[in-house]
Write a protein that binds this ligand. Structure first.
Ligand code: NAD
Length: 409
């Protein structure tokens, strides 16, 4: 099943339970606009190379569309479409006044120089600037894109439309970025995790975590869980992994990554394969790398009691069914990792109002939003006896559906 098919599968499952009817179902599943462009740039050696770029705008019933931009060799139109629809449901679950979008450029940033990446980013903006904007579609960071990339987007867009910091989020703090944005997705995971553990009568302190991916989401999650007394027993990145049942020394691991650029080879634990982290002996599994990694086979071997989806779409629908049968509690991506888009929204609000919030305010507001979303999803789950993923979709589809009908079809 492709990413878009998986996203549609989850959507349809909830829409049928809600009995929204075929007309509304079709309307909500259909993207508003899909843009695909060929981005040609001159490489440092004078060669011309063309890259495929995508922006899919899925739904704007609840407000301007919002979603990340990723640079990855496997980016394709299907993946971007699936991720764009996830953003529609995610922004609705946390009740932000946004719709959903996603974008990507098919490239391997590791093969490009900084100057080439800058040219690629700016050229992409040249080709899509008339369909994005602070009240239309606001990109943000995702895999392999960072505050510097966001700064180039802001600068290039502003050349066409005048000074526009609110066109993109995840910018550097020195250029209209928000305090707390960098760690926001991981912090959102922490807030939801605390709630869920409390509900099952457990504390975060002493809880054992296995984390796949050590980028923005995974590394901050490891740090925050560790600071809260959790034990990080296994981590991995694209190069490999390391595990220690007694708990890894997270600050020392950060030092190792700073020096070596990977968790692989960290002396404070035993080396393991990236896949081993998914089936490690732990209480909470946090997939925080790429989509589709938890297949039916992997799900049958997962030893965690809770799966907290840091990545977008890490579990296939078949895996989700295995988890349901096995009684593994899955906190779905559209709830668990919504902290990033929530603080992106705060950044946009600050930009639109020309104000700056301190980090305490950002984190406090984030905690309120995450707790409220978890509470609402939990209520649906308890009252309708549905898993958390289906409940989150029920909440989101209800909100987007109402906005669609109220605005007029
Ligand atoms: P990132 O680029 O900062 O880090 C990705 C990490 O995953 C790296 O450690 C990389 O080595 C690892 N990785 C890549 N391919 C892998 C593979 N095949 N197997 C194992 N590890 C692999 O990206 P990020 O921003 O941390 O995003 C990670 C996931 O979280 C993505 O699915 C993204 O869509 C999702 N997400 C990110 C944010 C955000 O704010 N950054 C918000 C919501 C969801």
């Amino acid at each position: 099943m492709t990413s878009a098919e998986a996203a549609t599968w989850y959507f349809k499952k909830a829409a049928r339970i809600m009995d929204v009817g075929e007309r509304i179902e079709t309307l909500l599943a259909t993207p508003l606009r899909t843009v695909s462009v060929q981005v040609s740039i001159e490489l440092d050696n004078g060669e011309i190379r063309t890259f495929k770029g995508y922006r899919v705008q899925h739904d704007n019933a609840r407000g301007p569309m919002k979603g990340g931009l990723r640079f990855h060799p496997e980016v394709n139109d299907d993946e971007v479409l699936g991720l764009a629809s996830l953003m529609t449901w995610k922004t609705a679950v946390v009740n932000l006044p946004y719709g959903g979008a996603k974008g990507g450029i098919q490239c391997n940033p590791a093969d490009l120089s900084v100057k080439e990446l800058e040219r690629l980013t700016r050229k992409f903006v040249d080709q899509i600037h008339d369909v994005i904007g602070p009240t239309r579609d606001i990109p943000g960071p995702d895999m392999n894109t960072n505050p510097q990339v966001m700064a180039w987007i802001m600068d290039q867009y502003s050349r066409y439309h005048g000074h526009s910091p609110a066109v993109v989020t995840g910018k550097p703090i020195d250029l209209y970025g928000s305090r707390g944005r960098e760690a926001a997705t991981a912090r959102g995971l922490l807030y939801v995790c605390r709630e869920i553990l409390r509900d099952i009568g457990q504390q975060l302190s002493g809880t054992r975590f296995a984390i796949q991916g050590f980028g923005n989401v995974g590394s901050h999650a490891a740090r925050l869980f560790h600071e809260d007394g959790g034990k990080v027993v296994a981590v991995s990145d694209v190069h490999g992994g390391v595990m220690n049942p007694k708990g890894l020394d997270v600050p020392a691991l950060f030092e190792h990554v700073k020096k070596n650029g990977t968790v692989r080879g960290f002396p404070g634990g035993a080396p393991c394969r990236n896949e081993d982290v998914l089936t490690a002996d732990c209480d909470v599994l946090v997939p925080a790398a790429i989509g589709g990694v938890i297949t039916k086979q992997v799900a049958a071997e997962v030893r965690a009691r809770i799966v907290l989806e840091g990545a977008n779409g890490p579990s296939t629908p078949e895996a989700d069914e295995v988890f349901e049968q096995r009684g593994v509690l899955v906190v779905p991506d559209i709830l668990a990792n919504a902290g990033g888009v929530t603080v992106s929204y705060f950044e946009w609000v600050q930009n639109m109002q020309h104000v700056t919030w301190d980090e305490e305010r950002v984190n406090g507001e984030l905690e309120r939003v995450m707790k409220e979303a978890y509470e609402k999803v939990g209520q649906i789950s308890r009252s309708r006896k549905l898993p958390l993923r289906t409940s989150a979709y029920v909440l989101a589809i209800g909100r987007v559906g109402k906005a669609t009908v109220l605005r007029g079809i």
